[in-house]
Ligand binder design. Structure first.
Ligand SMILES: Cc1cc2nc3c(=O)[nH]c(=O)nc-3n(C[C@H](O)[C@H](O)[C@H](O)COP(=O)(O)O)c2cc1C
Length: 210
């Protein structure tokens, strides 16, 4: 079997973490880099990734996440927060980054900038939010894959109330919205879920070949 598929079969959404095990800084840095390198539409990365280390903050966040124990028991909690007001400023800053990174004159990028600005400005505020939130799922996917290779467990989590999380972390003021969470660490030996068989659609059911 390919190593990639072996990792996929090893990983599962962990329900109970071992509170005695912490992710080493070196491994955390690899995971952060996997998130940073994630693909996004146009390359805009319209989100922030918040790593909550403060235990008091995590205890405050737990009730906003249906009391799920992973929020306080995992080694690390990551919150993906999409930009709520994406517009010309974000695009200009992206263009400056391309120009500096690739030593390309800013003027040469104006056509690309105009396309992005025109397409994004046509979206309603709700559509912009949905679109920026979608980009975070790609980063989550990369995080899941990178972590599995390092034998680090990750639980992707949508089971929380964004409004409450935004309030606790003051995200509204920053033009951000908590749309996705991930808890990271090491599975507890008593987490029965690790022994469950994977439930997935069959290849025949999932794929359509035309
Ligand atoms: C976007 C997303 C949100 C999820 N939210 C939660 C959650 O809030 N709590 C939880 O325990 N599991 C959550 N899960 C885990 C899924 O239930 C789990 O990934 C799915 O059942 C497949 O099982 P596996 O990941 O263990 O293979 C979430 C998964 C995804 C991808």
């Amino acid at each position: 079997m390919s190593t990639f598929l072996e990792h996929q079969n090893w990983r599962y959404a962990t329900k109970k973490f071992d509170t005695t095990k912490k992710i080493a800084t070196e491994d955390l840095n690899i995971l952060k880099e996997a998130i940073r390198l994630s693909s996004s539409s146009y390359g805009l990365q319209p989100y922030k990734v918040i790593i909550v280390e403060n235990p008091e903050l995590r205890a405050q966040l737990q009730p906003a996440a249906w009391g799920q124990s992973q929020i306080v028991e995992a080694s690390h909690l990551i919150i993906f927060a999409n930009e709520t007001n994406i517009g010309d400023d974000a695009i200009d800053s992206f263009l400056k980054n391309i120009s500096a990174t690739r030593s390309t004159p800013l003027e040469d990028l104006s056509g690309y900038g105009d396309i992005m600005k025109s397409n994004i400005s046509k979206l309603t505020s709700e559509a912009k939010n949905i679109w920026t939130a979608k980009q975070t799922y790609l980063a989550l996917g990369n995080l899941l894959n990178a972590a599995a290779e390092l034998r680090i467990d990750v639980t992707p989590m949508e089971g929380f109330l964004p409004a409450q999380v935004n309030e606790i972390l003051g995200l509204d003021k920053l033009g951000l919205n908590a749309c996705l969470m991930a808890t990271l660490g090491y599975r507890h030996i008593e987490d029965a879920t690790q022994h469950y068989k994977k439930v997935r659609k069959s290849t025949e059911e999932l794929f359509i070949t035309l």
